[in-house]
Design a protein around this ligand. Structure first.
Ligand SMILES: [Zn+2]
Length: 151
């Protein structure tokens, strides 16, 4: 089964990049104790830099580095993630929701016209926040960054 994560409040950047790679990753800048227990109970793996949290939740991963690139490599080496380019950019970076393919006839007000007439016009949207996403320079930069890191 596909791993799902919950990142503790010190791991916001890691959480964002896990979402870029398509991983279901809960992140909040603040958790009440019960929140984490609840997310772990539903089968999520806690990612934390704090030994106390790791000891408390048996299905958790200790992240040792404080550098994003090294953190991602730690997860790869532990077998927690297996890079798969076909899954990159399949999830909303803001809400963690899987993106859906947008109907081009209804996105005109949300997307620049030149994007719609590109081929292939793959425009996706987030059913939660209704943001629209499409292949562009922002996404290219993130893709290049992941490739530079060896993913
Ligand atoms: Zn969203």
């Amino acid at each position: 089964m596909e791993a799902r994560f919950i990142a503790d409040s010190t791991l916001g950047r890691l959480a964002k990049w896990l979402r870029v790679m398509g991983y279901d990753t809960i992140y909040q800048s603040f958790y009440k104790t019960d929140d984490i227990t609840e997310f772990v109970r539903e089968g999520r793996i806690l990612l934390s830099r704090q030994q106390a949290a790791i000891t408390h939740y048996p299905s958790s991963l200790m992240i040792r580095s404080d550098h994003l690139e090294a953190q991602l490599h730690e997860m790869k080496h532990m077998g927690a993630i297996t890079p798969d380019k076909s899954r990159w950019f399949s999830r909303c970076l803001i809400c963690n929701m899987p993106l859906e393919v947008a109907d081009t006839t209804v996105v005109l007000q949300n997307v620049p016209e030149h994007v719609i007439y590109q081929s292939p016009p793959v425009i996706q949207f987030c059913p939660s926040c209704n943001r629209h996403f499409w292949p562009g320079s922002h996404r290219e930069r993130m893709k290049k960054q992941l490739e530079e890191w060896g993913f």
